[in-house]
Design a protein around this ligand. Structure first.
Ligand code: GAF
Length: 382
């Protein structure tokens, strides 16, 4: 967690609102494997990281609430009983959405001021949005003694994303951001919303991210389309979610669905199995198998689920042809953002330098490298 980030929001808050705020840090996440399985009630394998959103929040008697996005130097005043979504893509929807969803649960929130700032690059696929939602709900829960459990808070954050941001996301990002454990990844069952933690110490290997710095604008609608395709196939199969289907079940309706949708459903079923197999590989300290599963995941995301892009495929291709990288894949919703790589510690620097040069030569763009630490979830900062 960056002390500077916390100090920035604190100082701005005190300067702007002349009172001491509560301080919150809410992390972003990585995901080792299990992509696009969460909204199919399946398994995912995320971890909270040391990058995220810092928020300063306090009650006010001003008769109006204010949210201040320090990164953008953008401030907005709003009235709590007249909330509705702002234009698509507006940052304030993350704040309004959380407040509205708290109100929908008949909990009373009074006027407040919030200043927030993050160090997760936008579009990196590291869930800056879930981190922001969680910081708001966590802050309001503390300020107004709402007595929400962490599970209730993440469901509020998820609903805010559905109803105010317009992305019909699963629960992975909000869960990882809220429940993260230092040095651990969480094998989360998205049906029961319960996880098992795995200490991540790969000895001579490590996880690292390479950000393509690409964000394609079609990603939100493409995400929602895939979710509804999965839901309609689950309905055809007579199951609650694709998590409940096998490849054999899917074969029985092969001639009733388009080849594209068949491949998407097949990917989800296979990826769900891979997430569980990955947890076994970690238990057995079998990094070769873990890496192979990670490469298979990318292959499915690229060719079956079709949420990758040239830049991500290029970086994964480089990783595949390097003996020091055991596995690599695109991470998060897709269409840009980061690859996650399982790489030999001694060779990580050389690999990233090579990859970034090659990337720059091919796409005439810069990529960024993040050596991440796995951190605890959303918390108050003293
Ligand atoms: C995004 C969503 F917000 C998550 O819920 C998840 O579906 C992910 O894409 C893909 O695995 O981050």
């Amino acid at each position: 967690m960056s002390v500077k980030l916390i100090n920035d929001v604190k100082e701005t808050f005190i300067k702007t609102f002349k009172t001491e705020p509560l301080l919150i840090f809410s992390p972003g996440r990585i995901n080792i494997i299990g992509e696009h399985t969460d909204y199919n009630d399946g398994f995912v394998f995320p971890a909270a990281v040391d990058k995220g959103i810092a928020a300063a929040i306090q009650k006010t008697n001003a008769g109006i609430s204010t949210a201040y996005a320090l990164d953008m130097d953008s401030k907005i005043e709003f009235v709590l009983d007249k909330l509705k979504p702002s234009a698509e893509g507006s940052w304030e929807n993350y704040v309004f959405g959380v407040v509205a969803e708290i109100q929908n649960r008949n909990k009373v929130v009074d006027n407040f001021n919030i200043v927030f700032k993050g160090n997760i690059p936008g579009g990196a696929g590291m869930s800056s949005s879930a981190a922001l939602e969680n910081s708001v709900v966590f802050g309001l829960n503390t300020l107004f003694n709402l007595e929400l459990t962490k599970h209730e808070m993440i469901l509020i954050s998820q609903k805010a994303e559905h109803n105010y941001v317009g992305v019909k996301c699963g629960i992975m990002d909000q869960y990882a951001s809220m429940f993260g454990i230092k040095n651990n990844a969480l094998l989360l069952d998205c049906r029961t919303i319960q996880s098992k933690s795995y200490e991540i110490d790969f000895k001579d290997h490590q996880l690292m991210l390479i950000n393509t710095n690409v964000k394609h604008s079609l990603s939100d609608s493409a995400y929602n389309d895939r979710r509804s395709a999965c839901e309609s196939i689950a309905e055809m199969l007579g199951v609650k979610a694709l998590r409940d289907a096998t490849v054999i079940d899917l074969e029985t309706i092969k001639d009733k669905v388009t080849p594209e949708n068949f491949q998407k459903a097949l990917y989800v079923i296979q990826e769900n199995n891979r997430a569980v197999m990955a947890s076994k590989a970690i238990e057995d300290n079998d990094l070769e198998t873990l890496g192979a599963l990670i490469f298979q995941s990318h292959n499915g995301l690229q060719h079956q689920y079709k949420v990758s892009c040239d830049e991500l495929d290029f970086l994964v291709g480089l990783a595949k042809s390097n003996d020091n990288v055991l596995g690599a894949r695109m991470m998060g919703g897709g269409f840009g953002g980061c690859t996650i790589n399982l790489v030999a510690k001694s060779e990580a620097k050389a690999f990233t330098e090579f990859a970034c040069n090659a990337y720059n030569n091919t796409f005439n763009k810069l990529c960024s490298v993040y050596f991440i630490e796995l951190s605890e979830g959303t918390r108050l900062v003293k």
